[in-house]
Design a protein around this ligand. Structure first.
Ligand code: ADP
Ligand code: MG
Length: 278
């Protein structure tokens, strides 16, 4: 990449080379008139007879920040797989707002409709700058060449700058993503997800491997992201879950064991048994 390229400028000053689509979620498309944005009802998923999810019912409010905890094998990842269309439930219903039946949509359609997922494994392109990674994440056409050679509109540039501010990486915009710290890479991943304008963000173990300082900033970031969108965080680190102070759902053997504030669930007898019995 040329050194003279300014953050915010497209790589080549040509007219568009190939049409590139942009992810947007039409406002109002998700019917949240009942306040709930995500419904899982009696969802069961079996693997060779073993129930990874067992009549799981879970409701997420529009704009809510929810933490999902639970011992290994509780079904947390399977729950996310069901919501994102990676795994089909054997029974039960999964709705996005009042009207969108996620069990009838494929992974791509679900992502397009506004449900984004941040995986643990990094997807940043290390040789590209932070800015370019965000630029790429905005395009539906994932071919690097086509995407980076299309001209950015002022509005698109503003969106990228806005996300850079949100994730606190404005001063890193010109750096190669591969040079970022572990924590910064995780924030960039969150930024890449934000570029797609999700209404629901699923985040799997965001603070694994982070320093305490990075964990604090991540807690602030995720808290700031809720409101405008719903954020569902699966996390093992109890101190972190406590620090984001949201409603907590404890999963165990594929269903909800307890739900409430961190204090409530930590003092719940069933929860204590499950964690002590691990
Ligand atoms: P968690 O994320 O809470 O640790 P998972 O959702 O990954 O739990 O797994 C729940 C249970 O389902 C585990 O016992 C796991 O071994 C099992 N499981 C998950 N995915 C599969 C699969 N593709 N095939 C067979 N068993 C699976
Ligand atoms: Mg898991």
């Amino acid at each position: 990449m040329s050194d003279s390229t300014q953050a915010g400028e497209s790589i080549v000053d040509s007219d568009r080379i190939g049409e590139v689509g942009i992810h947007t979620v039409e406002p109002g498309k998700v019917d949240v008139s009942h306040k709930t944005i995500l419904y899982l009802e009696d969802v069961t998923v079996s693997f060779d007879g073993f129930k990874a999810l067992n009549k799981l019912s879970l409701y997420i409010d529009d704009g809510e920040l929810r933490c999902i905890i639970g011992p290994n094998g509780a079904g947390k990842t399977t729950m996310m797989d069901v919501v994102t269309g990676k795994t089909r439930p054997d029974s039960g219903s999964v709705f996005f707002g009042q009207t969108m039946d996620l069990t009838e949509m494929d992974e791509y359609e679900i992502a397009r409709a506004g449900i984004g997922r941040k995986f643990q494994k990094p997807t940043v392109l290390p040789e590209h700058t932070v800015f370019e990674n965000l630029e790429l994440a905005m395009h539906t056409d994932k071919r690097v060449w086509t995407s980076l050679f299309s001209r950015l509109s002022g509005e698109q540039r503003d969106r990228i700058d806005g996300v850079l501010d949100t994730i606190g990486l404005r001063d890193q915009a010109r750096r190669a993503a591969g040079l970022l710290s572990h924590g910064q890479k995780q924030w960039l991943e969150i930024g890449m997800l934000l570029m797609q304008g999700p209404r629901v963000m699923l985040v799997d173990e965001p603070v694994a491997g982070m320093t305490h300082q990075e964990m604090d900033r991540t807690a602030e970031l995720l808290t700031s992201l809720a409101g405008e969108r719903s954020v569902i965080v699966v996390e093992h680190d109890m101190e972190f879950v406590r620090s984001i102070a949201s409603k907590v759902t404890v999963l165990h053997e594929g269903s909800v064991l307890a739900e409430g504030t961190m204090d409530e669930v930590q003092n719940n007898k069933k929860v204590i048994e499950v964690y002590l019995g691990e």
